[in-house]
Design a binder for this molecule. Sequence first.
Ligand code: C5P
Length: 213
Amino acid sequence: VEVSVLIPAAGEGQRLGLGPKAFLKVGGKTLLEWTLSAFQEAAEVLVALPPGVEPPRGLRAVFLEGGPTRQASVARLLQAASLPLVLVHDVARPFVSRALVERVLSATRAQGAAVPVLPLPDTLIRPEGEAYGEVVPREALRQVQTPQGFFTALLREAHAYAEKRALSATDDAQLVRALGYPVALVEGERAAFKITYPEDLLLAEALARVWSA
Ligand code: C5P
């Protein structure tokens, strides 16, 4: 298909403390290998690695050097993208189903920008100092996942706009929105959670045993 998959994998994985997540193994495969297998059908896959890290051999992807932030890494990947649609996906989310990729892609084709979201199961508050504070109605909130899909030209424009205004963002959809364009929502998947904390690895090991995208 006509999609460049952009994988920012240039983080140092500091919260986990086990080095760059791309090379972390679960179920005998690295997170990068799991992630690439979700995008086997993509015409182009570009991966940003931390500076100085030797690209792994034998994987079907083009490797380049990431930047100091996720946003900078995506900006570099975007420069190298050659196809009209992009999917931006964090390497820290190795379990992506084909169904999820298809949902994001079809909404992207129709609407120019689309992201997967999920409702939140917990009660949510704004703490008042150290004390329990105002409850934020959880029905009103969603957590945002990747892959996030965009017309390549639109995401390029959004990154250029962010650079000019010195906006910094934790995902790409917020830059598109800042530019003034709507971003469609599709249903996310629990399995596409972001491996962030040590316990997450236990869940990832368990999923690796049963996973086939
Ligand atoms: O740190 P955070 O969890 O937000 O990172 C999300 C993704 O962005 C990870 O896949 C990480 O490797 C990537 N990243 C990057 N370049 C950076 C920092 C993070 O590609 N400088």
